[in-house]
Design a protein around this ligand. Sequence first.
Ligand SMILES: Cc1ncc(COP(=O)(O)O)c(C=O)c1O
Length: 448
Amino acid sequence: MFGNRFLTEPAPAHHFPEGGMAALDAMRLVAEDLALEGDPQRNLATFVTTWMEPEAQRIIAENLHTNFIDHAEYPISAEIEQRCVRMLADLFHAPGETTGCRTQGSSEAIMLGALSLKWKWKERREAAGLPVERPNLVFGGDVHVVWEKFCRYFDVEPRIVPLEEGKYTIGPEDVAPHLDQNTIGVAAVLGTTFTGHMDDIVGINRLLLDLKAEQGLDIPIHVDGASGAFVWPFLYPDSAWDFRLEQVRSINVSGHKYGLVYPGIGWLVFRERADLAEDLVFYENYLGKTDATFTLNFSTGASMVLAQYYNFIRLGRAGYTYVIEQMQQNARVLAENLRQGGRFEVIGEGLEQLPLVAFRLKPGHDASYDESDIAWQLSAERGWMVPAYTLPPNAGNVKIMRALVKETMSREQVDRLTQDIEDACTTLDQKGGTTQAERAQVKQGSGY
Ligand SMILES: Cc1ncc(COP(=O)(O)O)c(C=O)c1O
């Protein structure tokens, strides 16, 4: 009468349960388990959206039954996807009619975009009677792990430009030595996972245009705008990184990051229809209607597509600009607070950047603790989740912390976080670094 039996018994975990339980008990069992998850309000680690308006939540909830891939049954959801693609193509300055699709996130969009690079390269090579055995892809060490994953899964040689201390993005001079006849493309990042800055896409585009003019080698750029492609159009509208640059042939963006939609939704947009390799599109007769699909998954929900469309029409350019400028304003305050506190240096300030603060202890700080200790102490004292991680090779000796400043983070909270970081450092000043066991619990990764 007063509670379910799992209050005193372990939750089913190892065997398929013989019998079931009352709906209320099942609901409470799950809810009680989840009560110990991280608090999204204090999660400054994730790029992914943790809050949406109630009206958007209603659209999501009312459409959870809709299988997006059933275009014959749910043609309006399919049309709304295409509206979103057209709006994104417009936002990214596509020169004319183009094509694209929803994906589960940027990872799927990158797999599909990079597959198209590979297939288009193969088409060009085969047309010229040249071998197609050894494709390679050029990118910097500042990319998300998904790019290496693509290379391994789809048998492409990764040519990775290493980073170094003080240089956390790449430019044309880094890319040039790696290019050859077998390069299927260059992947450039807009808003890196590590520090939130952009590769020199303008410079890489210029290099590739020169190469085309001088050697007839047409190497495309795919821009990984997982975070940045929903930030740059609003914070830095005059900065060219998109289809304004001739060699940029495809762009991915995560709707569930600065697109301000819950996970999982991503987008892939091509410059022109011809940039999508036709061989990758499957035409099939499904539920009585011929349908074209270009996707790694099949069945998936339509809710997040609808929620993305909701945000586009609800916010428009003016609304996205307002929200993202507000994030940037508070991120700048946090950066200024940290700098004034005297313990930290802020990384890459003054450059175009995602609304986040990447920071590290100043050289010559108390050597008895480092950024990982601060991350642990801060979470132990106040529950903030701020990751500490080392940068990719060859900047592996640089350890930084990174705080995302989202739309739900008020100025008041920024000041509170500043004080909480200071307090965590004061504790560490007194007691020294954390123990091995504590450290093992610190978030080490940057990519989520
Ligand atoms: C630059 C970049 N690319 C790709 C991804 C992967 O995106 P998703 O999580 O949407 O699959 C991320 C995620 O953090 C990212 O920051």
